[in-house]
Design a protein around this ligand. Structure first.
Ligand code: EPU
Length: 303
């Protein structure tokens, strides 16, 4: 990446005075890996988010938007631009509906939905990251997916410079896929519609059960970015990697988890380069030996 010039940094700081310099991204990612963002902004409201991004466009500063940092790999050289964290955390309820701003922690929204007597979002209790990230990637687990209960998404269209409401159909959801991966829309909030009058105690019990299963099957105690690869059609990536006896494989300080083969865990000092290398090795082995092409689920920044 081209180094970000001092002039551009100053122009951006003038527009967004709360921007900070040389922020270590290892502090903001669940992998605990990554160099510094030349500029970094924590956007505490949807308006601040719009301002942080439009300023980047107008100052010709590359930007990368992230939420919880739980599905993100930042290069060791960091990011020559501004990393913008969505920390707009408004959450409100109206009858069967829940409106969550994109920076709301998904697990927190799941817990609140149950407390409000709503059913259908219990599955999301253990989903790392934010609502914006969950909508962006159509997150799913334990029989649920974002698209099942989502009604609409409020976005800021970066081309038209206006807010828009995208209906469920317009979001073009598929497995770990959405319109938002392909269009310059900033996700501001999402409105969900759940089942009313749900049994609160039963909802809590379901969430506890999910967390118990998750802890048994996934290395939640270690630093990782969740599943590294998407499940290819008709297969489980974890099962494929496991079948090649790759559990425990270590490159530098990154290791294929012994608990779940689709998790790469940082044993302490892993670098982004180690992670890119292990991803390539796994993809090559699965392709050569099983004839299946794996695709990363983690988002890459600064490569
Ligand atoms: N399996 C193995 N070895 C392993 C891991 C799994 O043989 O090392 C087998 C399991 O025994 C099971 C099958 O593979 O028969 C599926 O495994 P699991 O139930 O753990 O689900 P998964 O397909 O590996 C998906 C999501 C997870 C989500 C779980 C639970 C993807 C890529 N992964 O995993 O999501 O938590 O289902 O619903 O879609 C994530 O996206 O970051 C993530 C962790």
């Amino acid at each position: 990446m081209m180094p970000l010039t001092e002039n551009k940094k100053e122009a951006y700081e003038k527009r967004v005075p709360k921007a900070t310099r040389d922020e270590p991204m290892s502090k903001h990612t669940s992998f605990r890996v990554g160099g510094t963002a030349r500029l970094h902004v924590v956007a505490n409201s949807s308006e601040a988010l719009i301002e942080a991004v439009t300023a980047a466009l107008e100052c010709d500063v590359p930007f990368f938007l992230y939420g919880g940092g739980s599905n993100l790999l930042v290069s060791d050289d960091g990011y020559e631009g501004v990393m913008i964290q969505a920390a707009n955390r408004g959450l409100s309820f109206d009858g069967e509906r829940m409106k969550a701003e994109s920076g709301v922690i998904t697990g927190m929204a799941a817990r609140q939905s149950v407390e409000h007597g709503l059913g259908g979002f219990e599955w999301a209790i253990g989903v790392p990251g934010t609502i914006g990230g969950a909508v962006f990637g159509n997150a799913g687990c334990y029989g649920g997916e974002i698209k099942d209960s989502l009604e609409s998404v409020e976005v800021f269209d970066l081309n038209a410079h206006e807010k828009k409401i995208m209906t469920h159909t317009e979001c073009a959801f598929a497995y770990r896929e959405s319109l938002f991966k392909h269009h310059p829309y900033l996700i501001l909030s999402a409105t969900f519609r759940f089942k009313p009058n749900a049994d609160i105690a039963a909802g809590k019990a379901r969430m506890n059960e999910i967390m118990k299963t998750r802890k048994e099957k996934q290395p939640l105690e270690a630093s990782s970015a969740g599943c590294a690869f998407k499940n290819p059609p008709g297969h489980s990536a974890g099962q494929l990697i496991d079948s090649l006896s790759l559990k425990g494989l270590k490159i530098g300080d990154i290791q294929v988890s012994d608990k779940h083969a689709n998790f790469l865990v940082n044993r302490g000092q892993a670098t982004a380069q180690d992670i890119i290398t292990i991803i390539s090795v796994i993809k090559m082995k699965v392709r050569d030996e099983l004839g299946v092409q794996l695709e990363e689920e983690v988002q890459l920044a600064g490569f």
